[in-house]
Design a protein around this ligand. Structure first.
Ligand SMILES: NC(=O)C1=CN([C@@H]2O[C@H](COP(=O)(O)OP(=O)(O)OC[C@H]3O[C@@H](n4cnc5c(N)ncnc54)[C@H](OP(=O)(O)O)[C@@H]3O)[C@@H](O)[C@H]2O)C=CC1
Ligand SMILES: O=C(O)C1=N[C@H](C(=O)O)C[C@H](O)C1
Length: 244
């Protein structure tokens, strides 16, 4: 029986994870922790930590995991480059699955995007549109950024150099080498992502729309089970799902 610690337990994802344990007969909740709780004491004895909180909190939790030999599933988004490098360093000391979207569907879409971008490498403008609930604090979503990264890699472009995050005023004509991002925030939208390939005479849209956070919780438990056989290393959902 896998002993799992859930961080950010009162958050939207924390609550969804706790519910997911009711249907899991091979995992049990070792501890649920919230802001202000004693992290190291809580994590001691857990096999895997699942963390959907905020970047600074996740890094502090991960450091404790590395010290205690606890593996980690990280769903938090909004990390900067230095924070991602820190996660990679910590993965030399414990096994980590780090993914901005734990759903099977989004990870299938990432594979489709790689194929689509290679096939439409010329004559198509690429724009990524994402929509989330009014309480989301980071933008663009981690998923949108990963979609952009997959497309940029497939096209041999540097995402840092070609990303355009929103437009306003007299922008000039669209530079065909750019990848555009647009963000919508409102209501209780769980998570919609569309990648648009706009050509001349045709356009292709590849979309994923979440209608329940249970998909992220189920994916997280799958990632926790995957880690049971690993000692160290940084993995993504493609590894967990066997797509890598
Ligand atoms: N990878 C994936 O599949 C998914 C990723 N996410 C990501 O997960 C993260 C959380 O999302 P969501 O559950 O909607 O957010 P919530 O704001 O609902 O929950 C976050 C939780 O983390 C807690 N928290 C915040 N700061 C700290 C801290 N310093 N120490 C400990 N706990 C802290 C919050 O406590 P308090 O309320 O007291 O501040 C809250 O309980 C986001 O980054 C989101 O983008 C979300 C869904 C799917
Ligand atoms: O904050 C959310 O809610 C979500 N965040 C993740 C992201 O930033 O991509 C995943 C999902 O879209 C829900």
């Amino acid at each position: 029986m896998l002993k799992v610690a859930v961080m950010g337990a009162s958050g939207r994802m924390g609550r969804m994870l706790i519910e997911a344990f009711q249907a899991a007969d091979d995992c049990r909740l070792h501890v649920t922790l919230d802001k202000g709780d004693e992290v190291r004491a809580g994590l001691a004895g857990a096999d895997v930590m699942i963390d959907f909180t905020r970047p600074e909190a996740t890094l502090a939790h991960l450091a404790a995991c590395a010290d205690l030999g606890v593996k980690a599933v990280i769903g938090t988004t909004g990390f900067d480059a230095a924070q991602k490098a820190e996660i990679a360093r910590l993965a030399e000391r414990t096994a980590i699955v780090f993914a901005p979207n734990m759903s099977v569907g989004v990870n299938v879409v990432l594979k489709l995007l790689d194929m689509a971008a290679r096939a439409m490498h010329e004559g198509f403008d690429i724009e990524i549109v994402e929509a989330h609930h009014r309480n989301k604090v980071d933008a663009p979503s981690g998923t949108a950024l990963q979609m952009g990264q997959v497309v940029a890699n497939a096209l041999g472009r540097d995402l840092k150099a070609c990303a355009v995050y929103g437009r306003e005023g007299v922008t000039g004509m669209r530079d065909p080498s750019t990848i555009g991002f647009a963000t919508v925030r409102g209501g209780d939208i769980i998570g919609d992502h569309t990648v648009l390939f706009a050509g001349t005479g045709e356009r292709i849209e590849i979309s994923h729309k979440a209608s329940s956070r249970a998909i992220y919780a189920q994916g997280s438990l799958r990632a926790a089970r995957f880690l049971a056989g690993k000692a160290t290393g940084l993995f993504g959902m493609a590894d967990v799902l066997g797509f890598a």
